[in-house]
Design a protein around this ligand. Structure first.
Ligand SMILES: [Zn+2]
Length: 285
């Protein structure tokens, strides 16, 4: 009987290890194995003076629908504003030589560890030297494994979002202080928007950012708890829950919007206006 028990327990152990390995494999199949590039793509010879680099690489969760839906929005904004757009998932564009062709880099739902060390340094030099950056939704989550990026670029540490509801329609308010500034031109003082709502551990306002929009926590469920799997995420940010903000990073300019989880989020005209204003501000256009 004792032998049977040992065999049984061993089998159980093997099954458990296999199950974890399969789960990990399925997760990685969905989010992609980490990949890095060292050969940059060919760039158009004349990008003009208002060139925007839209970078949508994901080595973490891929917001596929949102990324696809965002391209026509950026292209339309480019036509209206006389920008040129270059879209890529290739991390090798992060070199001094290539970045100097662009006024703004958009991290368009970029997730995971997407750059090798020298590419990271190129982005850092670019921003600190006066480049513009716009982060969209997933660009602000905790998957990037890069302290400088999370603290200095995004300016707030991501905690969670609601998992079971995923999409909720919430109310946003434009900051009164910004209402006379160019960065809020064309934006409504109150807007309703359906999205996945990010909760951050710290408030970017206290880290030196200027907040453009806050979201009203009374209009959505802040909890990130999930049954017995996650039990410590039942909190929000309180009265002051920034959702769109911007700040200067040495000589550079960073604009971040936590909006943009799903494709339909990019149909919202107000959201498109936020992206337009963000790129315009970051590029100092
Ligand atoms: Zn999302």
């Amino acid at each position: 009987m004792k032998v049977l028990k040992i065999i049984g327990l061993s089998l159980l152990g093997i099954i458990l290890v296999l199950a974890i390995a399969i789960a990990l494999f399925i997760y990685k199949m969905g989010s992609g194995f980490d990949s890095f590039e060292t050969d940059p793509p060919d760039l158009p010879s004349d990008l003009g003076s208002k060139a925007i680099l839209v970078f949508s690489k994901t080595n973490g969760f891929r917001h596929g629908g949102a990324i696809e839906a965002s391209y026509p929005v950026y292209r339309q904004l480019a036509r209206e504003n006389d920008w040129s757009i270059f879209e890529t998932d290739n991390g090798a564009v992060f070199s001094e030589e290539i970045l100097k062709k662009f006024k703004v880099v958009v991290w368009n739902n970029t997730t995971g560890r997407v750059l090798i060390e020298e590419q990271r340094q190129a982005l850092r030099d670019y921003l600190e030297g006066g480049g513009g950056f716009v982060g969209v939704h997933g660009a602000g989550d905790h998957s990037h494994h890069w302290d400088w990026y999370e603290d200095e670029v995004i300016n707030a540490r991501f905690s969670h979002h609601n998992i079971s509801l995923e999409l909720e329609t919430a109310s946003l308010s434009l900051e009164r202080d910004t209402s006379n500034l160019a960065v809020s031109e064309g934006l409504p003082t109150a807007m309703s928007h359906q999205d996945e709502w990010y909760v951050f551990y710290d408030n970017p306002r206290e880290n030196g950012s200027t907040v453009l929009y806050t979201v009203d926590e009374n209009t959505f469920d802040v909890s990130g708890n999930l049954g017995f799997l996650v039990t410590d995420k039942d909190f929000g940010m309180g009265e002051d829950h920034p959702i769109v903000w911007y700040h200067e990073l040495k000589a550079g300019r960073v604009f971040y919007s936590a909006l943009g989880h799903h494709g339909a989020a990019f149909d919202n005209r107000d959201h498109q206006q936020i992206l337009e204003n963000g790129i315009t501000w970051a590029g100092n256009f």
